[in-house]
Design a protein around this ligand. Sequence first.
Ligand SMILES: Cc1cc2nc3c(=O)[nH]c(=O)nc-3n(C[C@H](O)[C@H](O)[C@H](O)COP(=O)(O)OP(=O)(O)OC[C@H]3O[C@@H](n4cnc5c(N)ncnc54)[C@H](O)[C@@H]3O)c2cc1C
Length: 396
Amino acid sequence: MDICIVGGGPAGLMAALWAAKNGSRVTVLEQNDRPGKKLLVTGNGKCNITNTDQDIRHYHGGDPLFAEVVLQRFTAQKTIGFFTKLGIFTKNRNGWIYPYCEQAQAVLKLLEDEARRRKVRIKTREHVTGVDRFEKGFTVHTEGWQYPADRIILCGGGPASSVQGSSADTMELAARLGHSIVPPLPALVPLRGRGKAYSQWAGVRMDGMVTLYINDKECRREMGEIQFTEYGVSGIPVFQVSIDAIRAVQKGHHVLLTLDLLPEFTDDELEAFLADRKDARRGLTDQELFVGLLPDKMIRVITGKSPRTPEAYAKLLKAYPVPVKGAHSLERAQVCSGGVSLSEVNPMTMESRLVPGLYFAGEILDVCGDCGGYNLQWAWSTGALAGRAASHRDNS
Ligand SMILES: Cc1cc2nc3c(=O)[nH]c(=O)nc-3n(C[C@H](O)[C@H](O)[C@H](O)COP(=O)(O)OP(=O)(O)OC[C@H]3O[C@@H](n4cnc5c(N)ncnc54)[C@H](O)[C@@H]3O)c2cc1C
C-alpha cells in the first residue's frame, strides 16, 4: 500500500510512523527544507508535548464529541508512552508535559530518526499543489513531480503563526476534494483593545484574572500572567480566552475582557485596604496610595483621570475593562480555529466520509486546543489514528 502524507509537521510525522508500522510504503511531502519547523518553536523551544488534564473543555471546535472520541482512542498517556519508547523522558510541570531536556529539537530529532528506521521517505521542498482522485487511489501533484498513492493523509496545518510554511493551502485542497471548511481564524493570540490608547501600560506584566464576556454574559475566566501591550493585552490567560473572543468578534458580538489586577483581594477587602491606607496617612495623593501595590506605569493608568473613592478604585482594579476589537494578527497566533468540518470526517479513523482513502490529521481539522500542550496532543492523536487506519487494507 502506498500512502502519501501532505505536510511534515507533528501530525504528518506521527501519521507516517503509525502508517509505516503496518508495512505500508510511506512518503511525506513537505514544502519546507526540513520537516517540523513549527514543532521547533513550540513552548518557547521547550516543546510542551501534552497535558495530563485532558478534560474535553480544553478543546474547541464544531463538535466536542468528535474530539472526545479521538482523544479517548489515543490518550495523553499513550502519547507519553509513545515518546518514552522513542527515548524521551518527560517532565511534568503542573500537568504540562515537556521533554526532560526541554528541547523541542530533541523531540524532532527522535521523530525523524524513527521515521528513517521505519523507512519513511521524507521529501522536502515539495510543495503540493493539487490532488487528483481516481476510482482506486490518487495522484498527488507537487510543483515538479507526481506521486501516485492508494491513500493520502492531509496534514498541512493552518495559516496561523509566522513560521515558514504556515498556510491554508491544504484546507483549500480539502475543499477542492469536496469538503466544507470552517473559515480559519487566529486563536491563542494577543488581543487588540478598542478605543483607548493602551501605550501607557506597554511593557507591564502582572499576575491577574482575565474574564471574558460575550454580549454581557460571562463565558470564561483564566488566571495567569497578563502582559500589557501598546495595542491591548497578551499572555497565557489572554491566549486562553482568545479562541472564543475572536469567533465572537467575527460574528459581530460585543466582546469585553475585565482584568482583575489584584486577585488576592476580594472587592470588599481591597476597598477596606485602600480606605485604611488613606485614613492612616492623611495627605496621601492617589498615586502614592498605590505605591508598593502596583507597578509605576499601572499606577498612572489607574489614577489617570479624576481622583476616585476607595470604592471606585477597588471596582476598577477588580474589573478593569478592555473592550475587544480583534486579534493582533494571524502571524502572532499560535494556532487557528476552524478547518475541515468535523461532520465530514470519521473520528474513529480520521477518514473522510466523502472521499474514501482520504484522511486528515492535526490543525487542518476544525479543532483547536487551549495553551498547555493540547494542540500537539491533537496532532499526535489524530496523526496516530489516521496513520494506523490508512495502513489497514480492509479499512474503507
Ligand atoms: C510559537 C508557537 C508555540 C507553540 N507552542 C505549542 C506548545 O508548546 N504545545 C502545543 O501543544 N502546541 C503548541 N503550538 C501549536 C502547535 O505547534 C501546532 O498545533 C502544531 O504544530 C500543529 O501540527 P500540524 O502537523 O497539524 O501542523 P504544522 O505544524 O503547521 O505542520 C504542517 C506542515 O505542512 C507543511 N505544508 C503545508 N502546506 C503544504 C503543502 N501544500 N505542501 C507541502 N507541505 C505543506 C508545512 O510546511 C508544515 O511543515 C505552538 C505554535 C506556535 C506557533
